[in-house]
Design a protein around this ligand. Structure first.
Ligand code: ZN
Length: 343
């Protein structure tokens, strides 16, 4: 694949993946097209040597692996599907001062200022009761620009450029409409109807988050940079996905993209959960074979690194300041937050 195709594919993947659910769905689609067979965690697995498989958990984490005759020396790559965002509260609707706005909670460690004055949309997963009395789940992507978080004018906040702080509870509520008849359940049912689901009787719960609708693009005199939301860590999801799709089925490789890295990875679909171990154990008949595989293999935890900021160079150690577009960064940490060692 040439650089142009690689970059174009990345831009498309970023735009099509506004939430971990959509990233997982897009990777699953890519794996299907590349001949990977879908596994379900609740079924019995009968793996065939020479085949390639993928499995998802919580619709937001995914593992793909080859299953060659020789199952040692796996190259494993891990990435994460989630990015910081503004997540909708369970009861989000606030009607006041002539508008309808949504209450949101910051997900992960995010910089709040860039969320102001952006054209925002909403996506994620909803659970609803269908006409047969069954609880169903569906992904949603509103796609349309439905909200904005307006900055306060400089005249009303003369110190804004000196000491602006953001109150997470009151200052970052996206504003949706002046239609005070707005009903949240009707809004969700209308979104479901737009994707062909017409029998949603009641909306039970949702995991929806706002995202910036500005598309991923090249920036710079020579298209030097790619600017986008969610590069951390959809970039590594994209490279890991392309890697495993391009290897022969006789090459031992595994790729995992986990949710909830931005909030500590401790969930069942997070990297500290059981998803990877459960999957690896099921690839082997005995515990011995499983441990042999793990100890002979290598795992690369792939994520974004901060390049030196040209306007804030003092924030970096001079001898350890990565320059943008100069290649891969290997991170080390004395507290072993990264697993890198000299070998
Ligand atoms: Zn990351």
């Amino acid at each position: 694949m040439n650089k142009q195709d690689f970059n174009e594919g990345l831009l498309g993947f970023l735009d099509a993946s506004p939430t971990p659910f959509h990233a997982t769905q897009n990777m699953a689609l890519m794996f299907e097209n590349a001949g990977f067979i879908k596994l379900n965690e609740v079924d019995k697995w009968e793996l065939q040597e020479g085949s390639k498989y993928y499995v998802t958990r919580n619709d937001s984490s995914i593992i793909a692996f080859t299953y060659p005759k020789s199952k040692k020396d796996y190259v494993m790559v891990g990435a994460h599907t989630d990015s910081p965002n503004l997540k909708l509260k369970p009861n989000p609707v606030i009607k006041e001062h002539g508008v309808v706005k949504f209450g949101v909670e910051p997900y992960g460690g995010l910089l709040l200022n860039p969320w102001f004055d952006r054209d925002l949309s909403l996506g994620g997963r909803v659970s609803y009761l269908d006409s047969n009395g069954t609880v169903q789940s569906s992904l949603l992507n509103v796609a349309k620009k439905i909200a904005i978080i307006p900055s306060l004018a400089i005249h009303l906040d003369v110190q804004a450029n000196k000491e602006r702080t953001v109150n997470m509870q009151t200052d970052i509520c996206p504003i949706l409409t002046t239609n005070e008849d707005f009903d949240f359940d009707d809004f969700i049912k209308w979104q479901l109807a737009n994707i062909g689901i017409h029998d949603a009787k009641e909306v039970y719960a949702h995991e929806l988050s706002f995202y910036d609708t500005q598309k991923a693009s090249y920036v710079g005199l020579r298209d030097d940079f790619i600017a986008s939301a969610r590069l951390d860590n959809l970039l590594s999801c994209y490279t890991g996905m392309l890697s495993i799709c391009s290897v022969e089925s006789e090459k031992p490789m595994l790729f995992i993209a986990s949710d909830h890295e931005e909030v500590g990875s401790a969930s069942t679909s997070g990297a500290a959960g059981s998803f990877l171990e459960n999957t690896l154990r099921r690839m082997f008949a005995s515990y011995d074979e499983y441990v042999e595989m793990v100890r002979s293999s290598i795992m690369i935890s792939a994520d974004n690194a901060h390049a030196i900021h040209p306007n804030y160079p003092s924030k970096h150690d001079t001898n350890h300041a990565p320059h943008i577009n100069k290649g891969v960064v290997v991170k080390v940490n004395v507290n072993q937050r990264y697993a890198s060692n000299s070998a």
